[in-house]
Structure formats: structure tokens, C-alpha cells
Design a protein around this ligand. Structure first.
Ligand code: NAD
Length: 519
């Protein structure tokens, strides 16, 4: 197979990108092009001492950055927005090479940081402005809520959206006056490194945004022990390890974890719209979107019709390696991930599930390709019945009543994303409200919730703690200083006043405060 790699991905370009990763040991990791398995660049690996030095440099740069007026900090992101948009296609080339995803998904990912910048450029001035409140005694006291940066935020990012999780999650942290030390996945370090170079081109001070690389268990402990806050995106198992360590260190952590996301299709659904959107919701990013759909519940009355349409459309998907917009589905991220997906399908088939289409690796297309797969007859004793497959595999289920569908959708330890489809929007929204999930999309699979940057987005149950986006997505990177001022010392009895009289006065004051608008 001959594949034309984009001309911009020269050896020099990639060597320049990885040059900012500190490594005194000289150890490297072979970063490869997923479509072909060919070597792209040697990625330096950071030792604990390298990580500590990265934090020291970031801490130093953070002091000056926090003292920079917010207006000037935000000006960097106004310029960065332009630069990111102008370079979106180069970013997409890097994302495709290191992750194997198709072009549409890579371009959409390259747009995520500009969307986040745009949102917080408008919102940050209000969120970060000191807010004055009344104090305990009206008129003579007040308190001001002051938002201070936490210091140096450690970000640990996965491979499935390396640019979005590595850069977008750093933007509100930086705007709030923090420094960042990022640990990307080794497989997908190039696009976030490119993002940092673009931020510096826009004027972000050198040293403020550091990158350290290595295997998670090697880098994680030193990173968490030096961080003022941890932003983690990845699997539930790793999230638990990160959360434990952050808890021991008494620092905050936002944990964005896995899912086993359900979709409930109501009997008044528009079949064609549902099929088109759900193909993306299931197979977008080759099924490696944390919010993608792995379980579909179809009404008994329309099961055969909907199944037939969905299976036919799945079988017709164009799956290939290419840096152009042709293929609708790309590769899985690695041969390991392909084996994980295969093991889920084999386990399901061995226990009685039926493959309606797909179900096999495609070595003819590249080392980590897997056919888009639809299963039927999946039960909770199968791996893919309860745990996240994280690949292009979905199970169809039949339900007889909406109550049964809701109960089945909620029968999971996860609660990241869900989708409800129906012609009657009010009815569909009422069903959506009954699903235990941090995100629920009505008449869409996932993109509407994810792209709604004004609303916090996170998981419930085993899918996470905290959220990105919305006010919370920026405020989590700040500590609150409660600056309280008493203009005259009136707390306590006046000179000569006995305690009984003082208590009486205080209690009547409490009643008065309840009745007046003064606080
Ligand atoms: P992972 O947990 O294996 O790895 C995520 C990151 O953590 C990587 O950078 C990895 O090197 C690092 N890591 C691994 N072990 C570590 C340790 N002990 N200490 C510190 N860091 C460690 O997850 P993955 O396989 O890279 O990503 C896929 C998972 O991420 C899926 O479960 C997916 O659902 C989830 N995800 C969730 C969201 C979300 O927003 N909820 C978004 C994207 C991906």
C-alpha cells in the first residue's frame, strides 16, 4: 500500500516539535504513523528529575504571568485563535499521522481549541473579576471573592483526542493565570506540541507551558506530586489511581473518564435522520470517542426496519487510510487497541452474540484497522455488554416499553453520555431527563453536548468527577480568596454592654437581616 504523507510532515518539522520535551537520560520512544506503522520521530522520555525541573521553570514563569493584567493575558488568546484557525490543516495532518483517525475527525478536533478560546475570551473577564458581597454586619462590613490561580496545573491527556484534551483543557487554566505541565500519551505527542508552539507564536511566555513525556506510571507520580491541580482525561481505572494520589496530596482533580454510552430510540423516530447521525455517533473517530454510543435500544414495533437500515448503512461505510476527506472511518490508534476490540467481539460471539456486519480486523488496510461492527444478542455476561470497548462496535437491543428502555440504559456503572431520538421533542426530552448521565443529546449522538461550551460537561457515576466547559471549566483552576473587611469593630458587646443585652440585640438583628434585602 502506498500512502502519500502530507508534505508538511518533514523530519525537521517533527524533530523541532519534540525538541521541547526534556530528557536528560537520552531515552526515546518510537512514535509511528498509525496508518502504516512507519517510524515518524524519536520522542524524548522525561525522567523524574526532568519533570521536577519542568515544574520549577513553569512555577517561575507563572509568577510573572499571574501578575500580568488579565486584558494582556487574554490578548495572547485572541492572536492564538487566528493562528490556530490559519494552521488547522497542518494540525489535522499531525493528528491523522499520530492517531490514524479520518480527515473529518482530525479537522474537527483542530477546531476545538479555537472554540474554547472564543468562549472563554468572552466569559473570563466576568468570571475572574473580584465580586463584592455583603459581610455579616450590614453597611460596616463586606467581603470580596477574589479568584486566584492555583499555580501549576498538571494535565494528563489520552490519545483519542490529543489536541483537544492537551490544548483545550489548558486554555482556561492559562487564562486564569496558571502555568501548565502537560503529559500527553507517547503515541500522540506531536499535535499538542504543535499547539504549544502556536500559543508561543501568539505571545504566550516561554516556559509557562511545559511538556513532559513518558509512560503514565513512570511520569504520573512525579507530575501529581508537583502539581497544584490535576486535569486528567482517560480510563476509569487510571482515573482512580490519579484521584487517589491527588487526594493524598490534598490537591483538586478533575477526572474525565470512560463510558458505556446508551442510545434510546423512540417509536416516532425519523429513521433516515437517525441512521445518518448515529453512524457518526457510533463509528466517528473509529469508535474511540469517550462519548460515542456502544448500546442502542430500539422499539420492538420498529426493530426490524431500523436494524436493517442501520446495518446496511454500516456495511457501506468507506474505511481506509488517507489524508484526504474520502474515508468515513479511519484506523484504530494501535495494534494493541485493535486486539482489545477483537477480544471483545470474539468474547461476545463465543457467548452467543451474532455479528450483523463487520467483526474482523482489516490488515489489508493497515496494521490497526477494524471493520465497523454491529452486534445483536449481547448480554451483560459479555465483555462488551458491560465494559467500554472503545472501538467501532455497537450492540442493538430490543425493548417493549419506554420504562424498560430507560432501565436498560441506566443499567451501567458509567454515566458519561447518552442519546435519545424521537419525533416528539417534548417526549424525547422527558425520556432524556430520566437517563443517569452527565450529558444527554436529544436527536443527536454526542456532538451537540460536547460543542455546547457554555454548559459544564462531565461524567457521573464511574465516568468522572468534575467537568470541563462552562463557568466551572475555568473556575476549577482557581482558588477563592475571601477578603473580608470590617470598617468598624462592632462584632461583640459594646463597652459596658452586658452579655444578655448583646445577645438580645444580636438575635433581633438576625430577624431584621432575614426581612431586609441588606446582607
Ligand atoms: P488511559 O487511562 O490508559 O491513559 C490516559 C493517559 O493517562 C495517558 O496519557 C497515559 O499515559 C496516562 N496514564 C496511564 N497510567 C497512568 C498512571 N498510572 N499515572 C499517570 N498517568 C497515567 O486511557 P487511554 O486508553 O489513553 O484513553 C482512552 C480512555 O479515555 C477511554 O476510557 C475513554 O473513554 C477515556 N476518555 C474520556 C474522555 C472524557 O472526557 N470523559 C475523553 C477522552 C477519553
Amino acid at each position: 500500500m502506498t500512502l502519500q504523507r502530507p508534505a508538511v510532515l518533514t523530519d525537521d518539522f517533527m524533530r523541532d516539535l519534540v525538541a521541547r520535551v526534556p530528557s536528560t537520560s537520552g531515552g526515546t520512544w518510537k512514535l509511528t504513523e498509525v496508518y502504516t506503522g512507519e517510524h515518524l520521530v524519536d520522542l524524548p522520555q522525561s525522567t523524574p528529575a526532568d519533570i521536577e525541573r519542568a515544574f520549577a521553570t513553569a512555577r517561575e514563569a507563572q509568577r510573572a504571568w499571574a501578575a500580568t493584567p488579565l486584558r494582556r493575558r487574554l490578548a495572547v488568546f485572541k492572536r492564538a485563535h487566528e493562528i490556530f484557525v490559519a494552521n488547522a490543516l497542518t494540525t489535522a495532518d499531525l493528528i491523522q499521522a499520530e492517531s490514524g483517525k479520518n480527515r473529518r475527525m482530525a479537522v474537527e478536533e483542530s477546531c476545538d481549541p479555537p472554540m474554547v478560546m472564543s468562549h472563554y475570551l468572552k466569559r473570563a473577564p466576568r468570571l475572574l473579576a473580584p465580586k463584592r458581597h455583603g459581610g455579616p454586619v450590614p453597611v460596616v462590613s463586606h467581603s470580596t471573592e477574589i479568584r486566584q490561580p492555583k499555580g501549576v496545573v498538571g494535565i494528563i491527556a489520552p490519545w483519542n483526542f490529543p489536541f483537544a484534551t492537551g490544548i483545550s483543557d489548558a486554555i482556561p487554566a492559562l487564562m486564569a493565570g496558571n502555568a501548565v505541565v502537560l503529559k500527553p500519551d507517547n503515541k500522540t505527542a506531536l499535535s499538542p506540541l504543535h499547539g504549544i508552539a502556536m500559543l508561543e507564536q501568539a505571545g504566550l511566555p516561554k516556559g509557562l507551558f511545559q511538556v513532559v513525556c513518558g509512560e503514565g506510571p513512570d511520569v504520573g507520580p512525579t507530575l501529581i506530586d508537583n502539581a497544584s491541580y490535576v486535569m486528567f482525561t482517560g480510563s476509569t481505572a487510571t482515573g482512580r489511581t490519579i484521584g487517589e494520589r491527588a487526594g493524598r496530596n490534598l490537591i483538586g482533580a478533575c477526572l474525565e473518564l470512560g463510558g458505556k454510552n446508551p442510545q434510546v430510540v423512540l417509536d416516532d423516530v425519523d429513521a433516515d435522520e437517525w441512521v445518518a447521525s448515529t453512524l457518526f455517533g457510533v463509528f466517528g473517530n473509529t469508535g474511540q470517542i469517550c462519548m460515542h454510543i456502544e448500546r442502542i435500544y430500539l422499539p420492538d414495533s420498529r426493530y426490524d426496519e431500523l436494524k436493517q437500515k442501520f446495518v446496511r448503512a454500516t456495511a457501506a461505510l468507506d474505511v481506509r487510510a488517507s489524508y484526504d476527506f474520502g474515508p468515513e472511518v479511519g484506523s484504530l490508534v494501535s495494534v494493541d487497541q485493535m486486539h482489545r476490540v477483537l477480544s471483545h467481539v470474539e468474547d461476545a460471539v463465543a457467548k452467543g452474540a451474532r455479528v450483523l456486519t463487520g467483526g474482523r480486523p482489516r490488515p489489508d488496510l493497515g496494521p490497526a484497522f477494524f471493520d465497523p461492527t454491529v452486534l445483536e444478542g449481547v448480554t451483560t455476561d459479555m465483555l462488551c455488554g458491560v465494559t467500554e470497548t472503545f472501538g467501532p462496535v455497537v450492540a442493538l437491543h430490543r425493548y417493549r416499553s419506554v420504562d424498560e428502555a430507560v432501565a436498560l440504559a441506566n443499567d451501567t456503572d458509567y454515566g458519561l453520555n447518552a442519546s435519545v431520538w424521537g419525533g416528539d421533542l417534548e417526549r424525547a426530552q422527558a425520556v432524556a431527563a430520566r437517563i443517569e448521565s452527565g450529558n444527554v443529546n436529544v436527536n443527536d449522538a454526542l456532538a451537540t453536548a460536547y460543542a455546547s461550551k457554555s454548559t459544564p460537561s462531565g461524567g457521573v457515576k464511574q465516568s468522572g468527577v468534575g467537568a470541563r466547559h462552562g463557568d466551572q471549566g475555568l473556575l476549577k483552576y482557581t482558588d477563592v480568596q475571601n477578603l473580608a473587611v470590617l470598617k468598624k469593630q462592632v462584632l461583640g458587646p459594646r463597652p459596658g454592654q452586658d452579655y444578655d443585652a448583646y445577645v438580645k440585640q444580636m438575635l433581633s438583628g438576625l430577624r431584621m437581616m432575614r426581612r431586609t434585602r441588606l446582607r
